[in-house]
Each structure stands twice: as structure tokens, then as C-alpha cells.
Design a protein around this ligand. Structure first.
Ligand code: FMN
Length: 194
């Protein structure tokens, strides 16, 4: 059994990101035998990186880092829900990733992104590079939501389409598949030098 954490990376008031995050959590009900948890970075409330030693040393001086470390350490894989800010990921998400190193290692990740014409594609391309550096194994699977603001109902709620449902099921299946298998070999890999 794998534990997959769904990380919501935008933190600003009135953010749209809460909608896809809640929707993805809803969709996890169709996947049995695995656990899913939502991590809302707005609630985690990390400051800008304030540890005196680099995360590779794993010597944390701040309580918020120790809490964040535990949250990521216990995960076997991730689904990032990301906005696109100036063609990249929100600073809060980059900052949260930068806080840690070992806790991310040898775990798979897939992506849900939203934005204007590109649907957050450029943010995910950046995120894949960041993932590589902390040894997160990025999966091909991603769901893009271009021009999402043209697909809201009168209450401002996004209308998810049939194609979204198919895409998210594939994302969930692939993520738990690799999370489960990588969990089994992670201990062996972690004994190797970085
Ligand atoms: C600082 C900032 C930069 C943005 N840059 C982009 C961008 O490069 N590409 C894009 O598609 N949308 C961009 N947008 C529009 C966002 O896609 C849109 O505001 C979205 O709702 C942001 O996600 P959030 O509501 O979860 O914060 C930007 C928005 C903000 C606030």
C-alpha cells in the first residue's frame, strides 16, 4: 500500500488551486488499496527558507522544518497541483521543495496544472527540473487546465470535463503503481552515496 500526498502549491487568498485540489481528492475515492492526503501549503505556512545548514545535511533547527520533514518523509509519492506564475511554479511551492532533500528522494510525482493558454505547462516543465534535483522521479502523466477561468459556472466553480476524469484516473493509477514499487526499493537506494 502506498501513501500519496497531493500538494497544493498556491497559497494566495482567493486562489483557484483549491478547486482542482479538492476535485483530485474526490477522484481518489475510485482508487482502492492506497492512501491519499492533501497537503495545503497555505496551511503548512512555511517561512522563506531559514535553516542555517543545507537540507542535504538533514540537520533541522526549526520546528516548522521538522514538521514539514515528517509530512514529506512519510509519503511514497506526490501529485503536485500547480499554478503558473510568470511561466514557472509559485514561489511558495519552490520554497517548500527547497526546505528538504532526503525526504523527497526516490519517490514518483505526477502533475495537475492550470493557467491561461498553456494550462500551466511551462510551470510543470520547470517543476520537472526541480524534481530531478531532489531525486523525485517525474512521471509523464500530467493534466493541464488551459483557460480554466472560461469554464466556471455562475458560482465560480470549475466544470470538470469527461477528459479530465479520464486523465486523473490515469494519473492516480500511474502514481500509486510507481509509489508502491519505489517504496519497496527505496531503502536499498538510500544506502547508496548521493
Ligand atoms: C503572479 C502571477 C503570475 C502569473 N503568471 C501567469 C503565467 O505566466 N501564465 C499563466 O498561464 N497564468 C499566469 N497567471 C494567471 C494565473 O494562471 C491565475 O491567476 C491562476 O488563478 C493562479 O493560480 P491561483 O489562483 O491558484 O493562485 C499569473 C498569476 C499571478 C498571480
Amino acid at each position: 500500500m502506498a501513501l500519496v500526498k497531493i500538494i497544493l502549491g498556491s497559497t494566495r487568498p482567493n486562489r483557484f488551486g483549491a478547486q482542482p485540489a479538492e476535485w483530485v481528492m474526490e477522484q481518489t475515492k475510485h482508487v482502492s488499496g492506497h492512501q491519499f492526503e492533501l497537503i495545503d501549503l497555505e496551511k503548512v505556512n512555511l517561512p522563506l527558507l531559514d535553516e542555517p545548514t543545507p537540507p542535504m545535511m538533514r540537520q533541522y533547527s526549526k520546528d516548522h522544518t521538522k514538521v514539514w520533514s515528517q509530512m514529506i518523509d512519510e509519503a511514497d509519492g506526490f501529485i503536485f497541483i500547480t499554478a503558473e506564475y510568470n511561466h514557472s511554479v509559485p514561489a511558495a511551492l519552490k520554497n517548500a521543495i527547497d526546505f528538504l532533500f532526503h525526504e523527497w528522494n526516490y519517490k514518483p510525482a505526477s502533475f495537475v496544472s492550470y493557467g491561461s493558454l498553456a494550462g500551466g505547462a511551462r510551470a510543470v516543465e520547470h517543476l520537472r527540473g526541480i524534481c530531478g534535483e531532489v531525486k523525485i522521479y517525474d512521471l509523464r502523466e500530467q493534466m493541464l487546465m488551459p483557460d480554466y477561468y472560461h469554464k466556471l459556472d455562475e458560482q465560480g466553480l470549475h466544470k470538470f470535463e469527461e477528459s479530465h476524469h479520464k486523465e486523473i484516473q490515469n494519473i492516480l493509477e500511474q502514481t500509486v503503481f510507481w509509489a508502491d514499487r519505489m517504496k519497496a526499493i527505496r531503502q536499498e537506494l538510500q544506502d547508496q552515496p548521493t
